[in-house]
Design a protein around this ligand. Sequence first.
Ligand code: 5CA
Length: 424
Amino acid sequence: MKLSNLFFNTLKESPKEAQIISHQLMLRTSMIRQHTSGIYTWLPIGFRVLKNIEEIVRQNQDSIGCNEMLMSTIQSSELWKKSGRYSDYGKEMLRIHDRHDNELLYGPTNEEVVTDLFKDYVNSYKGLPKYLYHVQWKFRDEIRPRFGVMRGREFLMKDAYSFDLDHESAVDTYKKFFKCYLQTFLDLGLQPIPVKAATGAIGGDLSHEFQILAKTGESELAYDSKLVSDDLIDKSYEEITSMYSASDEMIDKNKSDVVIGRGIEVGHIFNFGTKYSEPLECYVLNNEGKRINLHMGSYGIGVSRLTAAIIEAYHDDKGIKWPFQISPFKINIISALKDEKLTADQDLYLKLSNKYKNISLDDRDLSLGKKIKDSELVGVPWTVIIGKNHEQNNQYEIINRSTGEKLFLSDNEVENFSFEQYTP
Ligand code: 5CA
């Protein structure tokens, strides 16, 4: 993309309303714009990041056999009355009346809808287990929306739902999702800490939150330092969950050998048995013709919250430092050559665009210094400068956003350079 076409501005100063660094940087780089309290427009750069995160989450869900679908944002109140949650949910639920005075709501989560859907499609135990998910906007009328998209009212969630024949098989499913979540957050460049959690409005008896460490996190955490080791993903569910980790009021202050920190909850998984399948009559018949209510779980990831959480994990005083796979642009090309030699940047742009998606070319009428500053602020992993070195020695200057290190490469070397090998 040519930056002269890109709809964005960069701000030198942090807007006053932003209290935490991710919110400040998201506003300073035109990723988001507040529409009204807790509700945001995703501007082009922010939207690119959101899509990249969504895609990594999607690939991981698909890898354990989940079916992607799309349920509506607006739901009927009927099912919620059956499950008993229509009154339980209270003021957090946005209730709407249509022209016929039917009670509708903007979905805060989808257990009821998916259970009602599933019962019509599965009637034999042979089709189980099955996993369904979607990535869809949710609305929760939070008392205190704050920190930008970190705690919004409208937010993007990946929510998956599992259907198993019995408790034992549902727990196996739960463990599968647990490991899948660890892998997802690692793929996003984050270090997840699973914490045994309260089940709240979703219900059930088995639940974990996935927290990532950040000074500005909303939850206080205490955890075994082994939980942030490199080989966590190779350990079994049992090994991992036997290590100590707790959040907020569940913290045992007398425990020794634990690290205290703050975290951001980026995912939450639940196993709640037949809590919804009973009232919504989601069952199969066994060989004696007896009704067996399905055992269910739900598994959420805060996709829009992750944009902010990743910035909390990766930034410095110059701006954002995106992990390569998340970055809105992978390489930003800046030319400092005079007009008549302008084709060198266009040539490189075309060549690199053949190899990588999402290359940017800063062709705006601005000084080299300002362009470099913007590249750093936006957090693009690599900046390629075509300047004096190119004129004199035919070399490109490559700057690594993370280390600040500069490399000087020839035409050939630039084309064959492994830009994806980058640690933020
Ligand atoms: N039905 C279950 C799992 S699908 C559920 O709704 N779980 S949840 O309430 O824990 O939400 C899942 C994830 O959505 C959370 O872990 C968090 O990362 C994200 N999330 C929840 N509320 C907000 C919010 N107000 N703003 C941004 N993200 C949120």
